[in-house]
Design a protein around this ligand. Structure first.
Ligand code: SAM
Length: 241
């Protein structure tokens, strides 16, 4: 594992629980660990000028996230006793590593499963990861496949984050298969993303079908010049999960 990721992991491991539940502290920590192409994501007056060097780093976590969304999402999850986590679509693995390390500070993670079409050589998950590795499974699988349907039918998860195929058909497929598992919470990324209308449509459909108190949105935006909303995290509480 490269030193920047190790350094980020150590910061998550050594912060106090009060700090990890503080939204400003956590936003700063996420930003320091590193986001993908920050110039594209946070333009105009982004709030983390001191962290720009880490943002630019090719070696950091490279999370496809806004700190102002990921931080409240994780804080909301921090008291939900998440022991078994799956992320569908992990790309570089940064969000996966950050989520697992963060949640593990509150409740010991028993198993975390990263599912993707491939694990690229540049993805830290594809290399020797870190001492936490015994709890991690890298599952190279297409979620459209029959193998994934079978895989999910026997699965038991406290939280599954869906961030794979961003078409409406793809998100619906992933949600239907994930719902076949014994799952308590299903997270979605890009629920308000202007460039991912398929995810927005499926999220809105699912949200309308469930009781208001069972859906949660983390959609704060940074000031941008183009007025389009980006990303957005949502969580559905599975009522019979
Ligand atoms: C937006 S990226 C994930 C970003 C990551 N969750 C993060 O926050 O940094 C989408 C990922 O989904 C994967 N993906 C797309 N379609 C998929 C499918 N049908 N099955 C499995 N993975 C898929 C892609 O390979 C890609 O790595």
């Amino acid at each position: 594992m490269n030193s920047e990721i190790l350094n980020g992991v150590m910061q998550i491991r050594t912060a106090s629980l009060d700090e990890l539940r503080d939204v400003d502290f956590l936003c700063e920590l996420i930003a320091k660990c590193g986001l993908v192409t920050p110039g594209m994501l946070i333009n105009d007056k982004h709030p983390y000028p001191k962290c720009m060097e880490q943002f630019r780093s090719p070696e950091g976590f490279r999370m496809c996230q806004f700190p102002c969304q990921l931080a409240p999402y994780l804080i909301w999850l921090s008291d939900k006793e998440i022991k078994r986590y799956m992320e569908v679509g992990v790309w570089m693995g940064g969000t996966f590593i950050f989520t697992v390390e963060y949640l593990n500070r509150f409740t010991q993670i028993e198993h975390a499963d990263a599912v993707d079409l491939e694990f690229r050589s540049t993805c830290p998950l594809g290399k020797r990861w870190y001492p936490f590795k015994p709890h991690i499974t890298l599952t190279k699988m297409n979620t459209k496949s029959a193998s994934f349907s079978k895989y999910m039918r026997t699965g038991k998860y406290d939280l599954v984050l869906i961030d794979g195929d961003h078409t409406a058909q793809g998100v619906r497929n992933d949600f239907n298969k994930v719902s076949n598992a014994d799952v308590r919470y299903v997270g979605f990324h890009d629920i308000c993303d202007h460039w991912n209308p398929g995810v927005v449509a499926v999220w809105n459909e699912l949200k309308c079908k469930c009781d208001d108190s069972h859906s949660h949105e983390f959609v704060e935006q940074y000031k941008r010049s183009d007025k389009f909303t980006r990303f957005g995290l949502g969580i559905l509480e599975m009522q019979d999960g």
